[in-house]
Design a protein around this ligand. Structure first.
Ligand code: ZN
Length: 169
């Protein structure tokens, strides 16, 4: 699908608040999404352009006001399987909603995200991954609700109702 989309009105003022953002991030291909009252801009960039996030990661979300800038590693996103793409974007949107809806409450998840791997033990990562898993359970690999590609309507999970799977005993 063509990725060069006209930026919506949101993108310019949102990105203007990020002086650390490189011009290559500002002009990168991407799209916008809206979940409830939360708006975000997604940009596909080389992870070396993330700036505020480690280039070892494949996604980086920067909250701005009630919205977010989500940067995804272009190679990982475009070459990944549909499931990898979905988990990546939904995980980053989970970070965005944690900020905009839960005020970094992380859904009260604590260390339960460790069921998904050690990386997800901190509550901030545990919540984002729990959101991603809840997204897949509800919408599968359909990313149209997050502004990417075409697909049927799907009501994305409410971040206030997302919990981690119970920890293994
Ligand atoms: Zn994360």
């Amino acid at each position: 699908m063509p990725l060069r989309l006209p930026p919506l009105a949101l993108a310019a003022p949102l990105l203007a608040l990020l002086p650390a953002c490189s011009p290559r991030v500002l002009s990168a291909d991407g799209w916008n999404f809206r979940v409830g009252d939360t708006q975000g801009a997604v940009r596909l960039v080389s992870r070396q352009e993330f700036g505020v996030c480690s280039a070892k990661l494949v996604g980086c979300t920067v909250p701005v006001g009630h919205g977010c800038l989500v940067m995804l590693d272009l190679d990982y996103f475009l070459k990944g399987t549909p499931r990898q793409r979905t988990l990546l974007l939904a995980h980053e949107v989970g970070h965005c909603l944690d900020a905009s809806v839960l005020e970094y409450g992380h859904g009260g998840i604590g260390a339960q995200g460790a069921v998904y791997g050690e990386y997800y033990r901190p509550a901030v990562e545990g919540f984002a991954e729990s959101y991603a898993r809840a997204y897949v359970a509800r919408c599968g690999d359909n990313l149209a609700p997050l502004g990417y590609g075409a697909g049927p309507e799907c009501e994305v999970p409410d971040p206030r109702r997302v919990t981690a799977e119970p920890p293994a005993r």
